[in-house]
Design a binder for this molecule. Structure first.
Ligand code: SF4
Ligand code: SF4
Length: 449
């Protein structure tokens, strides 16, 4: 029996529309919109001005904050504007660099293959990863150079490469593992070297046999890296649940993977790390899945960061039926969009468009106390109470019921027969709790000053 974790849900996967579609490059966009905040942490400051000519791979934004990642031009051309524009993840306008293409796709002179990473000092390797603007490509977009720099007292012994891709519909990681397995393993080895970790695990759900074969071949006879086949269950790709399934370790409440000696990176992230050394190109493009019942020709596309959703929909032949809902990411954790005039960012794993006749707007109804949400919660929380407290503004009670441990996987909302908007309510509670903690910390600092 394949490894897994307690709780979770068996969702229908709907991956057949795109799982066998080879990754193809999109046409060069005429215009890209590159937000200066595409990662967890401090936003970047622009390093370019309106009217300036830029080339592919040129750094156009950076920050001196530790938790941040620089931003690079994804096409060559002229900076048309630097202005606040709609962001697909933050749901508000964010300062963005708009570049009009010159059609030449000229690469910046500074871009060149890097020396052998295994002959470098691990700190230098981290610096290459930082300068390449690499963030976690599984969706969270946490800066990779920060992730691989844990506190000195944390001893890391295991590096997990996350190829679970448990979100229904999404197939971009699957295609990457089938088509670029050697780069994925090379990237994993670089990450292991940078962190001084000797043991690597490549984790894939059992519904991806082609990816399992390809990655097994790429690992070859390397006895430091083990392939682990996992049960296909949502949210198997969550860091904490991968660690539980593979290492049998439980990340404590409020803790991080390094608290139990583990580190986790997505396969796309590892390939971005490989690219940063092999070609020297920073993170200026990524692979996304474009799919759903309203998409004419589902596909896995390699797109430049900043390409507008509208251009991508055109690239796959437009809509096959009237769209009812556009989601960035998968149906469980993705973010609904109200406009196609938003760009692909580093954290965009896919664009899912559901047809109008698939969208059912009934509910919510009163909770029937069936406890289904409790049975499936992979974090052992009580979603019905968390949701009720959040809806009533009782954030201290939500905090006491461990709202901050919620990973926002959506399993509770998925099984709820009353269609309660549990995740949205818990998300609100989490942001209120965090805002209160920040305010408390600030007033403590002010009191000391
Ligand atoms: S409460 Fe949070 S962690 Fe638990 S099922 Fe719901 S969304 Fe997932
Ligand atoms: S699944 Fe829905 S109806 Fe059932 S207990 Fe949870 S919130 Fe209530």
């Amino acid at each position: 029996m394949n490894l897994t974790f307690p709780g979770g849900v068996h969702v229908p996967y709907y991956k057949s529309g795109s799982k066998d579609k080879a990754i193809r490059k999109t046409r060069l966009p005429q215009r890209v919109v590159i937000p200066l905040s595409q990662h967890t942490g401090a936003p970047c400051e622009p390093l370019v001005e309106k009217g300036q000519v830029v080339k592919v791979g040129q750094k156009i934004g950076d920050s001196s904050a530790f938790v941040s990642a620089p931003i690079h031009a994804s096409i060559s051309g002229k900076v048309a504007s630097i202005e606040p524009l709609q962001h697909p993840a933050l749901g508000k306008k964010v300062m963005s660099v708009v570049i009009e293409s010159d059609g030449g796709d000229e690469v910046a002179e500074t871009i060149a293959p890097k020396p052998d990473p295994f002959a470098m000092d691990p700190e230098e390797v981290k610096s290459v990863i930082r300068e390449a603007g690499i963030v976690g490509l599984g969706g969270a977009a946490f800066p990779t150079s920060v992730k691989i720099s844990p506190p000195k007292d944390k001893k890391i012994d295991s590096y997990i490469l996350n190829g679970a891709e448990c979100e229904p519909y999404l197939t971009s990681d699957h295609r990457l593992m089938v088509e670029r397995p050697r780069e994925a393993i090379f990237g994993l080895k670089v990450l292991m070297y940078a962190t001084g970790v000797k043991r690597g695990y490549v984790c894939i759900e059992d519904n991806k046999p082609e990816a399992i074969d390809a990655m097994k071949k790429a690992i070859g006879s390397d006895s430091n890296i083990k392939l682990v086949v996992l049960e296909s269950k949502y949210p198997q790709g969550s860091e904490k649940h991968l660690i539980k399934a593979v290492l049998g370790r439980e990340v404590p409440s409020g803790g991080l993977p390094f608290d139990v000696g583990a580190m986790v990176s997505n396969v796309g992230t590892a390939i971005a790390v490989a690219d940063a050394f092999i070609t020297g190109m920073p993170l200026v493009q990524r692979v996304i899945t474009v799919t759903g019942s309203a998409i004419a020709n589902p596909a896995n596309l390699e797109v430049r960061i900043g390409t507008l959703f509208s251009d991508i929909i055109e690239e796959v032949g437009g809509f096959s039926s009237p769209p009812g809902k556009v989601i960035m990411g998968g149906p469980m954790m993705g973010i609904a969009q109200w406009s196609l005039d938003v760009p692909v960012i580093k954290g965009t794993s896919g664009i899912l468009v559901m047809a109008q006749n698939e969208i059912d707007m009934v509910g919510p109804f009163p909770c029937v106390r069936c406890a289904r949400c409790v049975d499936v919660c992979p974090m052992n929380l009580l979603p019905l109470f968390l949701g009720a407290y959040a809806e009533r503004g009782l954030y201290a009670d939500a905090e006491a019921y461990r709202a901050l441990d919620c990973i926002e996987c959506g399993s509770c909302a998925y099984v709820c027969p009353a269609r309660r908007p549990l995740v949205q309510a818990i998300r609100t509670a989490k942001s209120e709790i965090m805002a209160k903690r920040r305010a408390k910390a600030q007033s403590a600092v002010a009191a000391k000053a």
